[in-house]
Design a protein around this ligand. Structure first.
Ligand SMILES: Nc1ncnc2c1ncn2[C@@H]1O[C@H](COP(=O)(O)OP(=O)(O)O)[C@@H](O)[C@H]1O
Ligand SMILES: NC(=O)OP(=O)(O)O
Length: 320
């Protein structure tokens, strides 16, 4: 079903592309945002690329966590890894509905398949003791302080307010990548590794099942590993800014176009990219190219088709 010799592209869809303009995670707002995203993704498929799609889940998993905690006296709470799995299911089915419709209107034969996906992490990863992944809604400092008093970790995220942070270990490998490769090779657009994948550890004992652990993995870092494991040519990190900026948010800000790994690393070392937002995207772009990938692109959703078809959009890092 795919074009012979089609390029394989992994697209990592940011949380911003899946919520309302004000960050609303209301179902209608999510579906509307995903419908818009689906048009841009379908354009990439229409250009002949074999697309594997992954996505964030920060707003959604944070909201599930709140529901879980608030209802704990009525129904048994489930662990965070279960919440991640639940967000994979709801986001994948919504993406599949919208993407199938967008592919159909372009006369394309591809169909979308969502895959519940596990990602292996190390049980002793320092990310378990130093929570860093922002999830859920933004609240005022006063409200955050009430939750901090209950033992939760919250972080000042600037002008939008405070946000809860949870454990976020490094992804090591995508456990289900052979199934993803099989589906992609059979012509499906695969939605997988949502929210960075359900974190699991391997206790190393024969016959012992993998075990889910309570954390939320950064989806951009998982996307870099997934793109490598699938032998993709290009990793596209789709967010809400057309380019990575130097001096972001200041009068001297300037966009980065084509960059070398050395240049990007120097900017990262100088603290140009915020932890929990642009930082992991830049790190993911570097890791993919370091691992042998041809090209990483960071850009806004509106530019992803141009970025894949020709190197004339976004911040583009290529292998030297
Ligand atoms: N140096 C930078 N250049 C561009 N954007 C930056 C930079 N540093 C921080 N950001 C912020 O990163 C945001 C994108 O990250 P994030 O909100 O986590 O994206 P997503 O939810 O799409 O994955 C941008 O909206 C911007 O506010
Ligand atoms: N898991 C994850 O990285 O989600 P966001 O991209 O929504 O933060």
């Amino acid at each position: 079903m795919t074009t012979p010799g089609a390029r394989r592209v992994v697209i990592a869809l940011g949380g911003n592309a899946m919520t309302g303009p004000d960050g609303s995670a209301a179902p209608g707002a999510q579906r509307d945002a995903i419908a818009v995203a689906a048009q841009h993704i379908a354009d990439v498929v229409a250009a002949g690329a074999e697309v594997v799609l992954t996505h964030g889940n920060g707003p959604q998993v944070g909201n599930l966590l709140v529901k879980n905690e608030m209802a704990a006296h009525v129904v048994p709470p489930v662990p965070l890894d279960w919440n991640v799995a639940q967000t994979q299911a709801t986001i994948a089915f919504t993406l599949a509905d919208e993407l199938d419709a967008a592919l159909q209107t372009r006369g394309l034969p591809q169909r979308t398949a969502g895959l519940v996906t596990r990602t292996l992490v190390d049980a002793d990863d320092p990310g378990f003791t130093d929570p860093s992944k922002p999830v859920g809604r933004f609240v005022s400092r006063e409200e955050a302080e009430r939750f901090i008093a209950l033992g939760q970790r919250w972080e000042d995220r600037g002008e939008k307010g405070w946000r809860r942070v949870v454990a976020s270990p490094e992804p090591r490998s995508v456990v289900d990548y052979p199934a993803i490769a099989a589906l992609a090779g059979a012509g499906f657009v695969v939605v997988c590794a949502g929210g960075g994948g359900i974190p699991v550890v391997d206790d190393g004992r024969d016959g012992q099942a993998l075990r889910g652990v309570e954390a939320v993995i950064d989806k951009d870092l998982t996307a870099a590993i997934l793109a490598h494991e699938l032998g993709a040519d290009t990793l596209v990190i789709a967010t809400d800014v057309p380019n990575v900026m130097v001096d972001f948010g200041t009068p001297t800000q300037r966009p980065l176009g084509r960059v070398t790994a050395t240049e990007l690393r120097e900017h990262a070392a100088a603290g140009q990219f915020a932890r929990g937002s642009m930082g992991p995207k830049v790190e993911a772009a570097l890791r993919f190219v370091d691992s042998g990938g041809t090209r990483s692109v960071i850009t806004s959703l509106e530019h992803i088709a141009d970025a894949v078809a020709a190197d004339d959009a976004g911040t583009v890092l290529t292998a030297r």
